[in-house]
Design a protein around this ligand. Structure first.
Ligand code: C2G
Length: 446
Protein backbone atom coordinates (compact mmCIF):
# COMPACT_ATOMS: atom_id res chain seq x y z
CA UNK A 1 0.00 0.00 0.00
CA UNK A 2 1.38 3.41 -1.00
CA UNK A 3 0.85 6.03 1.71
CA UNK A 4 0.65 9.67 0.72
CA UNK A 5 0.69 12.72 2.98
CA UNK A 6 -0.09 16.38 2.31
CA UNK A 7 -0.58 19.45 4.47
CA UNK A 8 -2.36 22.75 4.28
CA UNK A 9 -4.48 25.36 5.98
CA UNK A 10 -7.42 24.82 3.59
CA UNK A 11 -8.98 28.12 4.58
CA UNK A 12 -11.98 29.34 2.53
CA UNK A 13 -11.89 25.95 0.83
CA UNK A 14 -11.71 26.35 -2.94
CA UNK A 15 -11.12 24.64 -6.26
CA UNK A 16 -7.32 24.77 -5.86
CA UNK A 17 -7.54 22.81 -2.60
CA UNK A 18 -10.02 20.32 -4.06
CA UNK A 19 -7.87 19.60 -7.10
CA UNK A 20 -4.76 19.27 -4.95
CA UNK A 21 -6.38 16.68 -2.68
CA UNK A 22 -7.82 14.77 -5.62
CA UNK A 23 -4.42 14.43 -7.29
CA UNK A 24 -2.71 13.70 -3.96
CA UNK A 25 -5.04 10.76 -3.46
CA UNK A 26 -4.23 9.51 -6.97
CA UNK A 27 -0.54 9.32 -6.05
CA UNK A 28 -1.17 6.29 -3.84
CA UNK A 29 -3.68 4.14 -1.97
CA UNK A 30 -4.02 5.92 1.34
CA UNK A 31 -4.06 9.69 1.85
CA UNK A 32 -3.31 11.46 5.10
CA UNK A 33 -4.07 15.18 5.21
CA UNK A 34 -2.50 17.42 7.85
CA UNK A 35 -4.53 20.54 8.62
CA UNK A 36 -2.68 23.41 10.32
CA UNK A 37 -3.72 24.81 13.68
CA UNK A 38 -4.30 28.55 14.10
CA UNK A 39 -1.28 28.74 16.41
CA UNK A 40 1.01 27.11 13.86
CA UNK A 41 -0.23 29.41 11.10
CA UNK A 42 0.51 32.38 13.32
CA UNK A 43 4.00 31.15 14.06
CA UNK A 44 4.77 30.55 10.39
CA UNK A 45 3.46 34.03 9.62
CA UNK A 46 0.31 33.12 7.74
CA UNK A 47 -2.17 35.94 8.23
CA UNK A 48 -5.92 36.36 8.06
CA UNK A 49 -6.96 32.72 8.40
CA UNK A 50 -10.71 32.97 8.64
CA UNK A 51 -12.29 29.53 9.03
CA UNK A 52 -11.82 27.80 12.40
CA UNK A 53 -9.86 24.55 12.47
CA UNK A 54 -13.00 22.40 12.74
CA UNK A 55 -14.52 23.99 9.61
CA UNK A 56 -11.29 23.50 7.68
CA UNK A 57 -11.09 19.85 8.76
CA UNK A 58 -14.75 19.34 7.84
CA UNK A 59 -14.16 20.81 4.37
CA UNK A 60 -11.26 18.45 3.77
CA UNK A 61 -13.32 15.51 5.04
CA UNK A 62 -16.25 16.38 2.75
CA UNK A 63 -14.10 15.94 -0.35
CA UNK A 64 -13.95 12.21 0.43
CA UNK A 65 -10.28 12.04 -0.63
CA UNK A 66 -8.71 11.88 2.83
CA UNK A 67 -8.46 8.48 4.47
CA UNK A 68 -7.16 10.10 7.62
CA UNK A 69 -6.97 13.70 8.82
CA UNK A 70 -4.37 14.83 11.32
CA UNK A 71 -3.49 18.17 12.87
CA UNK A 72 -0.27 19.98 11.99
CA UNK A 73 0.74 21.96 15.04
CA UNK A 74 4.44 22.71 14.74
CA UNK A 75 7.46 23.14 12.52
CA UNK A 76 9.35 19.88 12.10
CA UNK A 77 6.21 17.78 12.39
CA UNK A 78 6.31 16.73 8.73
CA UNK A 79 9.53 14.83 9.26
CA UNK A 80 8.14 13.09 12.35
CA UNK A 81 4.85 12.23 10.62
CA UNK A 82 6.67 10.67 7.67
CA UNK A 83 8.47 8.32 10.06
CA UNK A 84 5.48 7.71 12.27
CA UNK A 85 3.00 6.89 9.48
CA UNK A 86 5.60 5.23 7.24
CA UNK A 87 4.85 7.57 4.38
CA UNK A 88 5.94 6.81 0.80
CA UNK A 89 4.99 10.09 -0.88
CA UNK A 90 4.92 13.65 0.44
CA UNK A 91 3.07 16.10 -1.80
CA UNK A 92 2.19 19.77 -1.84
CA UNK A 93 1.38 22.41 -4.47
CA UNK A 94 3.98 23.80 -6.84
CA UNK A 95 3.91 27.14 -5.03
CA UNK A 96 6.22 25.36 -2.59
CA UNK A 97 8.71 24.00 -5.14
CA UNK A 98 12.05 23.31 -3.50
CA UNK A 99 10.86 24.08 0.03
CA UNK A 100 10.42 20.46 1.05
CA UNK A 101 13.35 18.88 -0.80
CA UNK A 102 14.89 18.09 2.59
CA UNK A 103 12.26 15.35 2.98
CA UNK A 104 13.62 13.52 -0.08
CA UNK A 105 15.91 11.48 2.15
CA UNK A 106 12.87 9.90 3.76
CA UNK A 107 10.22 9.58 1.05
CA UNK A 108 9.33 10.67 -2.46
CA UNK A 109 8.52 14.39 -2.74
CA UNK A 110 6.03 15.48 -5.42
CA UNK A 111 5.11 19.10 -6.17
CA UNK A 112 1.72 19.10 -7.88
CA UNK A 113 1.00 22.00 -10.18
CA UNK A 114 -1.02 24.59 -8.30
CA UNK A 115 -4.37 25.55 -9.77
CA UNK A 116 -3.84 28.75 -11.72
CA UNK A 117 -7.26 30.25 -12.01
CA UNK A 118 -9.55 29.92 -9.13
CA UNK A 119 -12.67 30.60 -11.12
CA UNK A 120 -15.09 33.29 -10.07
CA UNK A 121 -18.04 31.02 -10.79
CA UNK A 122 -16.72 28.54 -8.29
CA UNK A 123 -16.00 31.28 -5.76
CA UNK A 124 -19.48 32.73 -6.16
CA UNK A 125 -21.00 29.32 -5.68
CA UNK A 126 -18.97 28.94 -2.50
CA UNK A 127 -19.87 32.45 -1.31
CA UNK A 128 -16.29 32.94 -0.22
CA UNK A 129 -14.39 36.18 -0.24
CA UNK A 130 -11.25 35.36 -2.09
CA UNK A 131 -9.89 38.41 -3.86
CA UNK A 132 -8.15 37.77 -7.15
CA UNK A 133 -4.99 39.83 -7.38
CA UNK A 134 -3.07 40.83 -10.46
CA UNK A 135 0.42 42.26 -10.62
CA UNK A 136 1.40 45.15 -12.86
CA UNK A 137 5.12 44.95 -13.50
CA UNK A 138 7.63 42.17 -13.24
CA UNK A 139 10.61 43.76 -11.49
CA UNK A 140 12.39 42.92 -8.28
CA UNK A 141 9.64 43.95 -5.88
CA UNK A 142 7.01 42.11 -7.87
CA UNK A 143 9.10 38.97 -7.29
CA UNK A 144 8.60 39.34 -3.56
CA UNK A 145 4.89 39.79 -3.77
CA UNK A 146 3.76 36.29 -4.67
CA UNK A 147 5.39 34.30 -1.85
CA UNK A 148 4.14 36.93 0.59
CA UNK A 149 0.60 37.05 -0.82
CA UNK A 150 0.46 33.26 -0.52
CA UNK A 151 0.64 33.71 3.24
CA UNK A 152 -2.39 35.96 3.38
CA UNK A 153 -5.52 33.87 3.43
CA UNK A 154 -8.20 35.16 1.09
CA UNK A 155 -5.84 36.29 -1.68
CA UNK A 156 -5.27 34.43 -4.90
CA UNK A 157 -2.66 35.78 -7.30
CA UNK A 158 -4.09 35.23 -10.77
CA UNK A 159 -1.80 36.88 -13.26
CA UNK A 160 0.74 39.44 -14.25
CA UNK A 161 0.67 42.22 -16.84
CA UNK A 162 3.62 43.64 -18.70
CA UNK A 163 3.42 45.27 -22.15
CA UNK A 164 6.51 43.20 -22.95
CA UNK A 165 4.91 39.81 -23.15
CA UNK A 166 8.23 38.01 -22.83
CA UNK A 167 8.90 39.47 -19.38
CA UNK A 168 5.34 38.71 -18.34
CA UNK A 169 5.58 35.14 -19.64
CA UNK A 170 8.88 34.51 -17.84
CA UNK A 171 7.50 35.86 -14.60
CA UNK A 172 4.23 33.97 -14.96
CA UNK A 173 5.98 30.69 -15.64
CA UNK A 174 8.19 31.08 -12.61
CA UNK A 175 5.19 31.57 -10.31
CA UNK A 176 2.57 29.42 -12.01
CA UNK A 177 0.24 32.29 -12.87
CA UNK A 178 -1.10 33.74 -16.15
CA UNK A 179 0.69 36.33 -18.30
CA UNK A 180 -1.23 39.18 -19.93
CA UNK A 181 -0.25 41.67 -22.59
CA UNK A 182 -3.75 42.95 -23.12
CA UNK A 183 -4.57 45.14 -20.15
CA UNK A 184 -8.34 44.79 -20.62
CA UNK A 185 -8.08 41.01 -20.34
CA UNK A 186 -5.88 41.45 -17.31
CA UNK A 187 -8.42 43.70 -15.57
CA UNK A 188 -11.20 41.25 -16.42
CA UNK A 189 -9.36 38.49 -14.57
CA UNK A 190 -8.74 40.32 -11.28
CA UNK A 191 -10.44 42.20 -8.44
CA UNK A 192 -7.39 44.10 -7.21
CA UNK A 193 -4.02 45.10 -8.58
CA UNK A 194 -0.58 45.47 -7.09
CA UNK A 195 1.45 48.07 -8.98
CA UNK A 196 5.19 47.48 -9.01
CA UNK A 197 6.19 49.42 -12.12
CA UNK A 198 8.67 52.36 -12.36
CA UNK A 199 7.60 55.38 -10.26
CA UNK A 200 6.57 57.63 -13.12
CA UNK A 201 4.08 55.10 -14.49
CA UNK A 202 2.14 54.75 -11.21
CA UNK A 203 -0.25 57.63 -11.80
CA UNK A 204 -1.59 56.34 -15.13
CA UNK A 205 -1.86 52.77 -13.93
CA UNK A 206 -3.68 53.76 -10.74
CA UNK A 207 -6.15 55.86 -12.72
CA UNK A 208 -6.81 53.12 -15.23
CA UNK A 209 -7.15 50.40 -12.57
CA UNK A 210 -9.61 52.51 -10.58
CA UNK A 211 -11.51 53.34 -13.76
CA UNK A 212 -11.88 49.58 -14.29
CA UNK A 213 -13.27 49.23 -10.76
CA UNK A 214 -10.18 47.59 -9.29
CA UNK A 215 -8.74 48.10 -5.82
CA UNK A 216 -5.15 49.31 -5.94
CA UNK A 217 -2.11 48.60 -3.82
CA UNK A 218 0.70 50.73 -5.28
CA UNK A 219 4.39 50.56 -4.48
CA UNK A 220 6.00 53.63 -2.95
CA UNK A 221 6.41 56.37 -3.94
CA UNK A 222 2.82 56.18 -5.10
CA UNK A 223 3.13 59.44 -7.03
CA UNK A 224 5.60 62.32 -7.08
CA UNK A 225 3.17 65.25 -6.94
CA UNK A 226 0.80 66.31 -4.21
CA UNK A 227 -1.98 67.15 -6.63
CA UNK A 228 -1.85 63.74 -8.25
CA UNK A 229 -2.15 62.02 -4.87
CA UNK A 230 -5.13 64.19 -3.92
CA UNK A 231 -6.81 63.51 -7.23
CA UNK A 232 -6.27 59.74 -7.06
CA UNK A 233 -7.52 59.38 -3.49
CA UNK A 234 -10.61 61.39 -4.38
CA UNK A 235 -11.14 59.26 -7.46
CA UNK A 236 -10.76 56.02 -5.46
CA UNK A 237 -13.36 57.31 -3.02
CA UNK A 238 -15.74 58.21 -5.82
CA UNK A 239 -15.25 54.76 -7.34
CA UNK A 240 -15.75 53.17 -3.92
CA UNK A 241 -12.42 51.37 -4.27
CA UNK A 242 -9.49 51.02 -1.90
CA UNK A 243 -6.23 52.76 -2.80
CA UNK A 244 -3.22 51.95 -0.62
CA UNK A 245 0.37 53.06 -0.83
CA UNK A 246 2.65 50.13 -0.11
CA UNK A 247 5.12 51.48 2.42
CA UNK A 248 5.62 48.15 4.14
CA UNK A 249 6.99 49.55 7.40
CA UNK A 250 3.70 51.31 8.09
CA UNK A 251 1.86 48.01 8.33
CA UNK A 252 4.32 45.82 10.22
CA UNK A 253 3.49 44.93 13.83
CA UNK A 254 6.83 46.03 15.35
CA UNK A 255 6.63 49.53 13.88
CA UNK A 256 3.09 49.94 15.18
CA UNK A 257 4.19 48.81 18.63
CA UNK A 258 6.99 51.37 18.45
CA UNK A 259 4.57 54.16 17.53
CA UNK A 260 2.32 53.15 20.37
CA UNK A 261 5.18 53.45 22.85
CA UNK A 262 6.44 56.72 21.38
CA UNK A 263 2.96 58.20 21.71
CA UNK A 264 2.29 56.73 25.16
CA UNK A 265 4.25 59.35 27.06
CA UNK A 266 6.94 56.85 28.12
CA UNK A 267 9.63 59.10 26.65
CA UNK A 268 7.72 62.30 27.42
CA UNK A 269 6.86 64.53 24.47
CA UNK A 270 8.55 63.65 21.22
CA UNK A 271 10.82 66.51 20.09
CA UNK A 272 13.20 65.03 17.55
CA UNK A 273 13.08 62.20 15.03
CA UNK A 274 16.11 61.11 13.03
CA UNK A 275 15.54 58.43 10.44
CA UNK A 276 18.24 57.10 8.15
CA UNK A 277 18.11 54.36 5.50
CA UNK A 278 20.95 53.68 3.10
CA UNK A 279 21.39 50.85 0.64
CA UNK A 280 24.38 50.80 -1.70
CA UNK A 281 22.99 50.33 -5.17
CA UNK A 282 24.84 48.98 -8.20
CA UNK A 283 25.75 51.70 -10.74
CA UNK A 284 23.86 50.05 -13.61
CA UNK A 285 20.44 50.00 -11.90
CA UNK A 286 17.45 52.12 -12.87
CA UNK A 287 17.64 53.94 -9.51
CA UNK A 288 21.15 55.18 -10.31
CA UNK A 289 20.49 56.11 -13.94
CA UNK A 290 16.99 57.40 -14.40
CA UNK A 291 17.83 61.10 -14.56
CA UNK A 292 14.28 62.28 -13.98
CA UNK A 293 12.92 59.91 -11.38
CA UNK A 294 15.91 58.00 -9.98
CA UNK A 295 18.18 58.77 -7.03
CA UNK A 296 18.07 58.19 -3.29
CA UNK A 297 15.15 60.31 -2.19
CA UNK A 298 12.56 59.06 -4.65
CA UNK A 299 13.66 55.51 -3.88
CA UNK A 300 13.91 55.55 -0.09
CA UNK A 301 12.36 58.86 0.99
CA UNK A 302 8.99 57.26 1.78
CA UNK A 303 10.55 55.08 4.47
CA UNK A 304 12.41 57.88 6.22
CA UNK A 305 9.49 60.31 6.09
CA UNK A 306 7.10 57.75 7.54
CA UNK A 307 8.11 57.90 11.24
CA UNK A 308 8.26 61.70 11.03
CA UNK A 309 4.75 62.08 9.67
CA UNK A 310 3.43 59.43 12.03
CA UNK A 311 4.85 61.20 15.08
CA UNK A 312 4.68 64.89 14.16
CA UNK A 313 1.89 64.92 11.59
CA UNK A 314 1.99 66.38 8.12
CA UNK A 315 1.77 70.08 9.00
CA UNK A 316 5.49 70.85 9.03
CA UNK A 317 6.41 74.52 8.97
CA UNK A 318 9.47 74.05 6.80
CA UNK A 319 11.39 71.42 4.89
CA UNK A 320 14.78 71.82 3.26
CA UNK A 321 17.16 69.38 1.63
CA UNK A 322 20.90 68.82 1.70
CA UNK A 323 22.03 66.62 -1.14
CA UNK A 324 25.17 65.00 -2.45
CA UNK A 325 24.88 64.31 -6.16
CA UNK A 326 26.85 61.98 -8.39
CA UNK A 327 28.37 62.79 -11.77
CA UNK A 328 25.06 62.32 -13.56
CA UNK A 329 23.32 64.73 -11.20
CA UNK A 330 21.28 62.15 -9.31
CA UNK A 331 21.31 62.33 -5.52
CA UNK A 332 23.56 59.74 -3.93
CA UNK A 333 22.58 60.92 -0.48
CA UNK A 334 19.85 63.27 0.67
CA UNK A 335 18.99 64.64 4.07
CA UNK A 336 15.63 66.33 4.45
CA UNK A 337 15.23 68.61 7.49
CA UNK A 338 11.73 69.15 8.81
CA UNK A 339 10.64 71.81 11.26
CA UNK A 340 7.47 71.62 13.33
CA UNK A 341 6.19 74.01 15.98
CA UNK A 342 7.27 71.60 18.74
CA UNK A 343 10.01 69.56 17.15
CA UNK A 344 12.55 68.90 14.45
CA UNK A 345 13.32 65.87 12.30
CA UNK A 346 15.70 64.59 9.67
CA UNK A 347 15.02 62.04 6.99
CA UNK A 348 18.28 60.81 5.46
CA UNK A 349 18.67 58.27 2.72
CA UNK A 350 21.35 57.15 0.32
CA UNK A 351 22.01 54.79 -2.52
CA UNK A 352 25.61 55.85 -2.99
CA UNK A 353 26.68 56.68 0.56
CA UNK A 354 26.55 54.14 3.36
CA UNK A 355 25.62 55.20 6.84
CA UNK A 356 24.31 53.70 10.03
CA UNK A 357 20.65 53.22 9.23
CA UNK A 358 18.89 53.88 12.47
CA UNK A 359 15.78 55.49 13.77
CA UNK A 360 16.06 57.59 16.94
CA UNK A 361 13.00 59.18 18.50
CA UNK A 362 13.92 61.64 21.22
CA UNK A 363 11.55 62.92 23.84
CA UNK A 364 11.56 65.03 26.97
CA UNK A 365 11.86 61.92 29.15
CA UNK A 366 13.95 59.49 27.09
CA UNK A 367 14.53 58.14 23.62
CA UNK A 368 13.72 55.14 21.48
CA UNK A 369 16.36 53.63 19.27
CA UNK A 370 15.86 51.10 16.49
CA UNK A 371 18.88 49.83 14.63
CA UNK A 372 18.86 48.94 10.94
CA UNK A 373 16.83 47.47 9.47
CA UNK A 374 14.37 49.57 11.50
CA UNK A 375 12.12 49.67 8.40
CA UNK A 376 11.51 45.99 9.20
CA UNK A 377 11.00 46.75 12.88
CA UNK A 378 11.50 43.67 15.01
CA UNK A 379 13.41 44.95 18.05
CA UNK A 380 13.84 48.31 19.71
CA UNK A 381 14.98 49.84 22.98
CA UNK A 382 13.74 52.64 25.17
CA UNK A 383 16.46 54.56 27.04
CA UNK A 384 16.18 57.06 29.84
CA UNK A 385 18.41 59.54 31.68
CA UNK A 386 19.86 56.69 33.73
CA UNK A 387 21.87 54.73 31.10
CA UNK A 388 21.44 51.43 32.91
CA UNK A 389 17.68 51.63 32.64
CA UNK A 390 16.71 50.16 29.26
CA UNK A 391 13.37 48.68 28.21
CA UNK A 392 13.56 46.19 25.38
CA UNK A 393 10.73 45.35 22.99
CA UNK A 394 10.38 42.95 20.15
CA UNK A 395 7.78 41.81 17.69
CA UNK A 396 7.77 39.47 14.76
CA UNK A 397 8.64 40.58 11.26
CA UNK A 398 8.20 37.65 8.90
CA UNK A 399 9.77 37.20 5.50
CA UNK A 400 9.91 40.31 3.34
CA UNK A 401 7.06 41.83 5.32
CA UNK A 402 4.76 42.52 2.37
CA UNK A 403 2.20 40.20 3.91
CA UNK A 404 1.27 42.86 6.48
CA UNK A 405 0.32 45.50 3.93
CA UNK A 406 -1.43 42.90 1.77
CA UNK A 407 -3.37 41.70 4.80
CA UNK A 408 -4.48 45.24 5.75
CA UNK A 409 -5.34 46.04 2.14
CA UNK A 410 -7.49 42.91 2.00
CA UNK A 411 -9.18 43.76 5.29
CA UNK A 412 -10.12 47.18 3.86
CA UNK A 413 -11.44 45.60 0.65
CA UNK A 414 -13.53 43.13 2.62
CA UNK A 415 -14.80 45.90 4.84
CA UNK A 416 -13.56 44.30 8.06
CA UNK A 417 -11.37 47.34 8.76
CA UNK A 418 -12.76 50.72 7.80
CA UNK A 419 -10.24 53.26 9.00
CA UNK A 420 -6.85 53.83 7.50
CA UNK A 421 -4.81 54.75 10.52
CA UNK A 422 -1.60 52.94 9.58
CA UNK A 423 -0.92 55.10 6.54
CA UNK A 424 -3.54 57.71 5.84
CA UNK A 425 -4.37 59.40 2.53
CA UNK A 426 -3.18 62.60 4.12
CA UNK A 427 0.21 61.10 4.97
CA UNK A 428 0.63 59.59 1.51
CA UNK A 429 -0.34 62.92 -0.04
CA UNK A 430 2.14 64.77 2.17
CA UNK A 431 4.89 62.37 1.09
CA UNK A 432 4.08 63.08 -2.55
CA UNK A 433 4.25 66.78 -1.74
CA UNK A 434 7.74 66.48 -0.25
CA UNK A 435 8.91 64.41 -3.24
CA UNK A 436 7.59 67.15 -5.52
CA UNK A 437 9.45 69.89 -3.62
CA UNK A 438 12.62 67.84 -3.66
CA UNK A 439 12.48 67.18 -7.40
CA UNK A 440 11.68 70.80 -8.14
CA UNK A 441 14.64 71.87 -6.02
CA UNK A 442 16.81 69.53 -8.03
CA UNK A 443 15.62 71.20 -11.20
CA UNK A 444 14.12 67.98 -12.43
CA UNK A 445 11.36 68.40 -14.89
CA UNK A 446 8.24 66.58 -13.69
N1 C2G B 1 -3.06 24.91 -3.65
C1 C2G B 1 -3.16 24.68 -5.02
N2 C2G B 1 -3.69 25.62 -5.85
C2 C2G B 1 -4.12 26.81 -5.36
C3 C2G B 1 -4.03 27.06 -3.99
C4 C2G B 1 -3.49 26.10 -3.15
O1 C2G B 1 -2.75 23.61 -5.50
N3 C2G B 1 -4.61 27.73 -6.19
C5 C2G B 1 -2.46 23.89 -2.76
C6 C2G B 1 -1.23 24.37 -1.96
O2 C2G B 1 -0.06 24.34 -2.74
C7 C2G B 1 -1.20 23.37 -0.83
C8 C2G B 1 -2.69 23.08 -0.60
O3 C2G B 1 -3.38 23.52 -1.77
O4 C2G B 1 -0.58 22.17 -1.25
C9 C2G B 1 -3.20 23.82 0.63
O5 C2G B 1 -2.97 25.21 0.44
P1 C2G B 1 -3.09 26.22 1.67
O6 C2G B 1 -4.33 25.98 2.39
O7 C2G B 1 -2.80 27.57 1.16
O8 C2G B 1 -1.94 25.74 2.67
P2 C2G B 1 -0.40 26.07 2.62
O9 C2G B 1 -0.12 27.35 3.30
O10 C2G B 1 0.07 25.94 1.21
O11 C2G B 1 0.20 24.90 3.51
O12 C2G B 1 2.33 22.94 6.43
C10 C2G B 1 1.46 23.58 5.55
C11 C2G B 1 1.86 23.27 4.17
O13 C2G B 1 3.23 23.47 4.08
C12 C2G B 1 1.20 24.05 3.05
Amino acid sequence: MIKVITYGTFDLFHEGHYRLLKRAKQLGDYLIVGVTTEEYDQIRGKLNVIDPLMTRIENVRKTGFADEIIIEASAGQKFRDIKKYQIDVFTVGSDWVGCFDYLKDYCKVVYLERTKNISSTMLRAQKTHIQRFGILGTGRIAQRFIPEAKLVSGVSTQGVYNPHLESAARFAKQWGIDAYRDIEEFYDAVDAVYIATPHETHYDYIRSALAHGKHVLCEKPMVLRREQAQELFAYAKAQNRVLFEAVKTAYCPGFNKLLGIACSGMIGSVRNVDACFTKLEKPETREMNDLRFGGSFTELGSYVMLPIFKLFGTAYTDVRFDTITGENGLDLFTKAHFCYPGGVATAACGLGVKSEGRLVISGTGGYIVVEAPWWKTAYFEVHYENPSEVDKYSDSFKGDGLRYEISDFLARINGSVRNEFKLTCEESTAMAGVMERFLEGQGRNL
